[in-house]
Design a protein around this ligand. Sequence first.
Ligand code: JEK
Length: 226
Amino acid sequence: MKVDIVTIFPTFFDVLDVSLLGKAAATKLVDVAIHDLRDATTDVHKSVDDTPYGGGAGMVMKPEPWGVTLDGLLGDDSILLVPSPAGVVFSQDMARELAAGSHLVFACGRYEGIDSRVVEHYQQTHRVIEVSLGDYVLNGGEVAVLAILEATLRLIPGFVGNPESLVEESHEAGLLEYPSYTKPRSWRGLDVPEVLLGGNHEAIRQWRYERSLERTKRARPDLLED
Ligand code: JEK
């Protein structure tokens, strides 16, 4: 998979060298390139923002540097991802879909976001997804891209952190995970549940399912609707 990230803060993604892409196995499976949006500016101040038409607080990112940069990156098989507080909420389903793709291009906005014509323009020729991490306001798209990339790349077979059983992970989807324990058996007066110490796998499976259901009812009742 090829991944291109466009940002005015390229060093934000230095963390990828230590986390996702620090492992040799990863470099063979995914090729990540970071691009500085300011490289596509032509004025002496390398301006990427301007005041909003219609008025209002803050600045909006100018479309021209985005056009120049994205024209040079997008191909027939690219998916353009634009983090936005107004996007569709990112999910495990979307991560699975992205993991099956061959080229992801991320456009990281800052300020109050990117001139809306950029998404409108590329929607005419490409798959474009405006995506949100959730219902809270970030200062830009960079943190969202790191989260989306981590969730997506771990689903690529052979990738660092790839779950041993993707089947198990998808089987459990829709419920929160059951609590897990390791040694020691007793810690600060708290004991590991007895059922986990025996070898009754059916009893363990049932206990874990009940704990998952209980946790979901308490923390995420929305997941149990219909
Ligand atoms: C991309 C710029 C900052 C800040 C104005 C007014 C109510 C805010 C944009 N889950 C997520 N939250 N936020 C983002 C995100 C934020 C971004 C950009 C993603 C680019 N910003 C910003 C204020 C406002 N709005 C109406 C909401 C807009 C995000 C994701 N993914």
